[in-house]
Design a binder for this molecule. Structure first.
Ligand code: XMP
Length: 322
């Protein structure tokens, strides 16, 4: 396990970085082929562009439709990359993910379920079918730090936990962004020609909306948190926060609807100011905005009777709830 040398945004020479990483990928993969998963986040988008620069058509890019992404995401991302000349295959793996979540409530077990489904079931099969020896992925230094510190098992960290992907899943992993933090990745993403809607996109976690459901993850709960996410993202879009999110709690609380008791759902809204996700503070949102958000949440998301706003900082909070 070697220590990773951080490259700070200020000292990052984008042309040099892109050329060096592309050459490394090309040297490693040789005349074989590689695969990668694009989620549409800044990290995986930057890796997709670097990989295509290095390998062209020998990099097969998949969008894994795991059923836990935001509304309309697969088609939206496919069309952005089509404009950049990068073909993407959308793979429906929803059943695999929801089966893996069955009966699991512990946060770290939920993360592990995402990891195993993604890397073993979905990618294990894809690698066999495509004959690829390598998977390219957008792990960044913050993912490694949090995993090694035992804060959260990030879905994409293996070597630092003593896991050999070749033995565990049957392929090697290349991580061209591992020396960077989010702000550095944004600089690279812009330099490789991605549009601003991608390079300035707020981060979104690998375990997707499953990181925002307390308790067992089911299709029904994901559908609720997905609707709540639309409301939060629309209402807070002008704030330009580092990240904002809706969280579905497991407990129910007594509310009232149409003059009757309704033992309903609780949504927690979080909106973060942060530079690199290592520390974060809740954005000071105007009360009128919070009220509008709560009104929309209760009328547009079925069953919601309680909306709270998180006011605790990271640490000791973390940004996602799982
Ligand atoms: P936390 O919740 O650890 O989140 O304070 C810090 C930042 O990381 C994102 N996040 C993840 N990103 N895989 C990722 O790629 C993950 O497993 C993961 N978990 C959290 C989170 O959205 C925030 O930006």
């Amino acid at each position: 396990m070697s220590a990773i040398k951080e490259i700070k945004r200020d000292e990052l020479d984008t042309t040099e970085f892109i050329n060096e990483r592309a050459k490394e990928i090309s040297d490693l993969v040789g005349d074989g082929c590689a695969i990668n998963a694009l989620s549409g986040g800044v990290d995986s988008s930057a890796v997709t562009m670097l990989g295509h620069k290095a390998l062209g058509d020998r990099l097969k890019t998949y969008f894994i439709d795991n059923g836990i992404m935001r509304e309309g995401e697969p088609k939206k991302i496919e069309s952005i990359f089509k404009k950049l000349g990068v073909k993407i295959k959308i793979l429906n793996a929803q059943d695999k993910f929801f089966n893996a979540f069955k009966g699991i409530t512990d946060p770290e077990e939920k993360r592990e379920a995402v990891t195993q489904t993604f890397y073993k079931d979905v990618f294990g099969d894809l690698v066999k079918e495509s004959n690829a020896k390598y998977l390219l992925q957008g792990t960044i230094l913050t993912d490694v730090d949090e995993t090694v510190a035992g804060i959260k098992r990030q879905h994409n960290v293996f070597e630092q936990l003593g896991i050999d992907p070749q033995k565990a899943f049957g392929y090697k992993i290349i991580e061209p962004l591992i020396q960077l933090r989010k702000d550095g990745v944004r600089k690279i993403a812009e330099a490789v020609g991605l549009p601003e809607s991608i390079y300035n996109r707020p981060p979104f976690p690998g375990p997707a909306l499953a990181a925002r459901v307390v308790g067992e993850v089911t299709r029904e709960k994901i559908s609720i948190v997905r609707k709540a996410t639309i409301v939060v993202e629309e209402e807070l879009s002008s704030i330009n926060a580092f990240q904002c999110m809706a969280i579905l709690h497991n407990d129910r609380v007594t509310g009232m609807r149409d003059g009757k008791r309704d033992f309903g759902l609780q949504i927690e809204v979080r909106c973060w100011d942060s530079i690199d996700a290592r520390k974060a503070t809740p954005t000071k949102l105007p009360h009128e905005l919070l009220t509008k958000l709560a009104d929309r949440m209760c009328s547009e998301v079925p069953g919601v009777v309680s909306v709270t706003y998180n006011i605790a900082s990271k640490p000791p909070s973390t940004m996602e709830v799982v």
